[in-house]
Design a protein around this ligand. Structure first.
Ligand code: GLC
Length: 431
């Protein structure tokens, strides 16, 4: 059961996938305001926020085009916001609440086409679901018992009864609504991945996370679940910043292409393709996946700035796929100046070089003899030798710098074929 052996139950496809696309799609795209948060923080009035429901059309929503774009990006899975904190579901839920089918001009289910288009393209289907619903009348009926991580949890009338009086019956109804919606998602769309969020506003006990984990385990034992099903998920989710040290166990970095999760008209702070290659290789080199977030406009189309980033990253991944998919974390820092990944059989080390190498690329502490080094993509073989070394302390492996013609504009990868499984010396060099 998931509860007793979290990381062990993780589906192998998830570890091998390396790259996913995260899509925040919702009514907030109409006025290009922050997803859900804009009414919570007062950036716009609640009334103004909700008026977007009347103008959400999804008129050019083409899930097959999405799936093509994500596949071109090199992604192996995607995660779509089935319901964000604003409570507006992208499918017609039998549990009540708000949804785009009954409450917006879009008037149709946006999940079914997404799931089938992804599957047709060979991509895994992920659905994001927020435990919290800031529009549900039964939601602000419980008080977080501890000083919560965010002060505004107690101050917000969307979350906490402001007179402090709890209503456990209403809260039971809320949990039945949440569990009913999760059961519907499983039943109707058979997601490969459930990506929970919004967990910080209650304790795991108040959320009855164990019951929800059991429900998912019984209905869909093969579904991968992130750790925001607190205490029961399969993998950790650092957000918006690459960790210095990899979290224990499986993990995934979620990162926005610009500075916003959803579509924001004025946000032009897009990361360059070169920066995205850097994030991807650093993440994969530490054993994680990258979940790259883009936000479509209300009509369902992506801006050119977003698609350019996705296709640019995809071009790089395609030319270097051997160093990406199905690999494991490479050498820890200190052996090579840059990230590296390791083939699953541990016999090829892929060295990522962000800058133009001059004279040599070196590896320290390599104990396994080296067979051959090639530039990934062009196949050019590079000379190499070991310099120095004494007793058990290996010398420095010196690889000739590639010719400028073999240098990739974003990141050059050297495939270092070893005569055995990677074995690294980790000592101080002293006897
Ligand atoms: C935060 C935000 C949310 C976003 C999520 C993605 O938890 O609440 O808006 O969906 O990060 O990880």
């Amino acid at each position: 059961m998931r509860a007793s052996v979290p990381a062990m139950s993780l589906q192998p496809w998830f570890r091998d996938a390396k790259l996913g696309v995260f899509v925040h799609y919702g009514v907030y795209a109409v006025d290009s305001v922050a997803e859900s948060w804009s009414f919570y923080t007062g950036e716009v009035s609640h009334e103004r926020y909700m008026s977007q429901l009347d103008r959400f059309t999804a008129v050019r929503y083409d899930p097959a085009a999405w799936a093509d774009l994500f596949a071109r990006a090199g992604a192996r899975y995607a995660v779509l916001t089935a319901r964000h904190h604003d409570g507006v579901a992208l499918w017609e839920s039998a549990q009540g609440g708000l949804d785009v089918v009954r409450h917006t001009p879009a008037g149709r289910d946006l999940l079914a086409g997404y799931a089938s288009a992804l599957r047709e393209r060979g991509l895994r289907v992920g659905l994001y679901y927020s435990h919290s619903d800031w529009n549900h009348p039964d939601y602000p009926t419980l008080v977080h018992p501890d000083p919560p991580a965010h002060d505004d949890v107690l101050a917000s009338a969307y979350v906490t009864p402001q007179d402090g009086v709890e209503d456990p019956v209403a809260w039971d109804r809320y949990l039945a609504y949440r569990d009913g919606q999760v059961a519907e998602l499983i039943d109707r769309y058979r997601p490969d991945l459930l990506w929970f969020d919004g967990e910080w506003e209650r304790t795991p006990r108040q959320w009855r996370m164990a019951e929800l984990a059991n429900l998912i385990g019984a209905a869909a034992p093969d579904t991968v679940v992130n750790a925001r099903l607190t205490g029961h998920g399969d993998y950790a989710t650092p957000e918006q910043g690459l960790p210095v040290r990899a979290p224990d166990g499986p993990w995934e970095l979620c990162l926005t292409v610009n500075d916003s999760w959803g579509y924001r008209r004025g946000d032009d702070r897009h990361k360059s393709v070169r920066m995205l290659v850097r994030y991807l290789t650093e993440t994969v080199g530490m054993g994680g996946n990258l979940l790259l977030a883009v936000g479509p406009r209300e009509d369902g189309t992506f801006t050119a700035a977003q698609t350019d980033r996705l296709t640019g990253l995809g071009d790089w991944v395609r030319a270097h796929q051997e160093a990406v998919y199905g690999t494991v974390a490479g050498a820890p820092p200190g052996h090579h100046y840059g990230p590296s990944t390791l083939a699953a059989d541990r016999r090829t080390l892929y060295l990522v070089c962000f800058d133009v190498p001059r004279e040599a690329v070196t590896v320290r502490g390599l104990r396994t003899p080296l067979r051959r080094v090639t530039v990934l993509g062009t196949g050019t073989e590079l000379g190499h030798r070991v310099v120095g070394g004494l007793h058990e302390v290996p010398g420095t492996t010196v690889i000739d710098a590639p010719d400028p013609r073999d240098v990739d504009p974003y990141a050059t990868v050297l495939a270092v074929e070893l005569d055995g499984e990677l074995d690294l010396y980790r000592g101080t060099g002293l006897r």
